[in-house]
Design a protein around this ligand. Structure first.
Ligand SMILES: Cc1ncc(COP(=O)(O)O)c(C=O)c1O
Length: 425
């Protein structure tokens, strides 16, 4: 353990919650160097929707490496890229009536796709301002950080974070306040102080912000608002996409058509760095190399991503299983809430992006620590880190869900009863 403390930067974070050394992983399980098994309810922060080392993806990658396939990430043509473009078009875009989108391979991580989207929106419209939402999280590079709400991350920017108007997300002021009507009034008023925006960037389900769910109605109204005020409609599907909510895109059943969509995290399906901006063809106004980068299209990721899409998205079987498991997890979470504190706990999220909101971040952290001590890797999210968040692999078995939820149930019981005892004494 010492080597990490001595030689790795203080910026390391997840390892502080899980201070063991992991060495192997399969499916929904992580294994330490000492051979201790953990059920993984974090899945590389949502990068492993298809689980660790899925055999089909692994074989595709081994075959590619064995034949000395191209490994660099320059935007030259490769067979791996051609296969990915063709597969994504055939199995994701076409069946969803999205034939008019093109794909831009950005730098390797999610924030790179967000930067590209914001930059392109500003270029296409000739405007600076972008609307983003309370509790939205979009990444830690300067442009993406400016549209991110989280103060901990914003505080590290070192420069002013500008050209953003922050608006309240769905239900930010409770169900009675129509935040879209509020935005509409502000945008209509030439003296509201809101400069005409180039775009709106939104998560249909806020991941880091605490599993806040936007309704279909709210998303539709937001799209309408974008059309009315001539703003581009960008959906950041980096965390909620790739099947996490039970459909490939998180907004798929809402009947909205974003101008741009960012994808990353589970896109490679194998935990490999890969990010992509999908945009309507007429918005693709880049000139060659204008938004450049050395790693723009990870060939190993193209291979595993194409294999994942072929394997999981050729029909509806996988998506159906995600929806069924989501219901199973939600039922177990509701039972935990019912048993341990319906007055202060509640379930949030949808699909397999679910969590339990606790009274405060300290309680949520204590529950995660307790769960970890009993073999479950699970983290928090939310504006006060108060939501115990399940982000397990979508291929997890029902037995593993039961096992994990038993651990979580017991962790809630231990922490909440200790808290009650402290308060009573
Ligand atoms: C919705 C969303 N957008 C963007 C990002 C940034 O992605 P990355 O951390 O890979 O830069 C994240 C990361 O959690 C995210 O959840």
């Amino acid at each position: 353990m010492n080597i990490f403390e001595q030689k790795e930067s203080n910026v390391r974070s997840y390892c502080r919650s899980f201070p063991v050394v992991f060495n192997q992983a399969r499916g929904a399980e992580l294994v330490t160097s000492e051979g201790k098994h953990y059920i993984d309810f974090l899945a590389g922060a949502g990068t492993l929707n298809y689980g660790h080392n899925h055999p089909v993806l692994k074989q595709a990658l081994i075959d590619y490496i064995n034949k000395d396939g191209i490994t660099h990430g320059l935007d030259m043509y490769s067979e791996a890229k051609a296969t990915f473009l063709e597969t994504f078009n055939r199995l994701i875009l076409k069946p969803r009536n999205m034939p008019d989108y093109v794909m831009q391979f950005t730098g390797p991580t999610g924030t790179n796709a967000v930067e590209a989207a914001l930059k392109l929106a500003r270029k296409v419209t000739g405007r600076n301002n972008v609307i983003s939402f309370t509790n939205g999280f979009h990444g830690c590079t300067i442009g993406a950080l400016a549209v991110t709400g989280n103060q901990h991350h914003r505080g590290a920017a070192g420069v002013p974070l500008t050209d953003v108007s922050r608006m309240p997300y769905a239900n930010y002021f409770g169900s009675k306040v129509d935040t879209i009507a509020m935005m509409d009034k502000l945008l209509d008023d030439p003296s509201s102080g809101i400069d005409k925006p180039a775009a709106v960037i939104v998560e249909a389900l806020q991941g880091e912000g605490g599993l806040n769910v936007a309704s279909t109605e709210w998303m539709r109204k937001l799209e309408k608002l974008c059309r009315k005020h001539d703003m581009l409609f960008i959906v950041d599907d980096i965390q909620a996409g790739c099947g996490r909510t039970g459909t490939f895109f998180s907004f798929e059943e809402m009947g909205v058509k974003p101008d741009m969509i960012t994808l990353s995290k589970s896109l490679s399906g194998y935990g490999l760095p890969f990010a992509m901006l999908l945009m309507r063809k007429e918005l693709d106004q880049w000139t060659p190399g204008e938004h450049n980068g050395t790693f723009r299209g990870n060939n190993h990721a193209f291979v595993t991503a194409a294999a994942a899409i072929e394997h999981f998205w050729s029909d509806d079987t996988f998506a159906k299983s995600v929806r069924a498991k989501g219901k199973m997890i939600e039922a177990r979470m509701q039972a935990i809430v019912h048993r341990h504190g319906p007055e202060s706990l509640f379930v949030k999220g949808r699909g397999m992006m679910l969590g339990i909101s606790c009274p405060d971040g300290e309680t949520a952290a204590a529950i995660c620590r307790e769960a970890f001590a009993h073999g479950l890797v699970i983290e928090t999210s939310g504006n006060h880190s108060q939501v115990v968040k399940c982000l397990c692999a979508l291929i997890i078995s029902e037995e593993q869900i039961t096992q994990a939820m038993d651990i979580l149930d017991a962790a809630f019981a231990t922490v909440l009863s200790a808290k009650t005892a402290t308060q009573a004494s």
